[in-house]
Design a protein. Structure first.
Lengths: 114, 114
């Protein structure tokens, strides 16, 4: 079975600084997808970024980028120019197999200091 | 607003009771997913339906069942409720059922079992 591990339960970053959130996963599949979701205090799940495993190029969405290391099964999220609105819980998720079903890590709570 | 609606927003009930959670997917989406978020288990995939048919099953208890109706809305039925079933239940939808497709999450139903 696939597993997703987020070993850091909490992180803090100064506003305007850069922070990296770590995620590792375990799978025997060669084709899969990885996601980062943001869950603010409202509890709404918001997709931040998506990475296809077959693509070597790291995904980027504005201030959010990933460092995808397929051999190491590592998928970290970098947030640049952190803003107060980035404060939330962030979940790393894996999706593989014939039918979509997200396997989530335990999440990391990110706080942003003004 | 993701376009996915869930009712009710909050539900408080007693142990041993049965409840039904309802989800309306985004317009045009054929796939519906149910997830459970609890303090103990984190975010877990429960079940996926595509155009009325069950496509994937996760850690869904036998006391729980779901279905997707011809108008594509879905219901999650939880019976013989236990204290441990208290959680936030998310519905998500997508256009297709295969892995990697972007899932849009609803706001969730907060279930409290007393």
């Amino acid at each position: 079975a696939q597993t997703v591990t987020q070993s850091q339960p909490e992180m803090s970053v100064q506003e305007a600084e850069t922070v990296t959130l770590s995620c590792t996963y375990d799978t025997s599949e060669s084709d899969y997808y990885l996601f980062w979701y943001k869950q603010p205090p409202s509890r709404q799940m918001i997709l931040v970024i998506r990475q296809e495993a077959y693509k070597q190029q790291n995904a980027t969405e504005n201030r959010f980028s990933v460092n995808f290391q397929k051999a190491a099964k590592s998928f970290s999220l970098k947030i640049s120019d952190s803003q107060l609105g980035d404060a939330a819980m962030y979940f790393c998720a894996y999706d593989g197999g014939a039918n979509s079903k997200l396997t989530f890590g335990k999440g990391i709570t990110l706080s942003v200091r003004p | 607003d993701s376009g996915v609606t869930q009712t009710p927003k909050h539900l408080i009930t007693a142990t041993g009771q049965r409840v039904t959670l309802r989800c309306s997917p985004r317009s045009g989406d054929l796939s519906v997913y149910w997830y459970q978020q609890s303090l103990d288990q984190g975010l877990q995939f429960l079940i996926q339906y595509y155009n009325g048919e069950e496509r994937a099953k996760g850690n869904i208890l036998e006391r729980f069942s779901a279905q997707q109706f011809p108008d594509l809305h879905s219901e999650l039925n939880l019976s013989s409720l236990e204290l441990g079933d208290s959680a936030l239940y998310f519905c998500a939808s997508s256009t297709r059922s295969y892995s990697g497709v972007e899932q849009y999450f609803g706001p969730g139903t907060r279930l409290t079992v007393t």
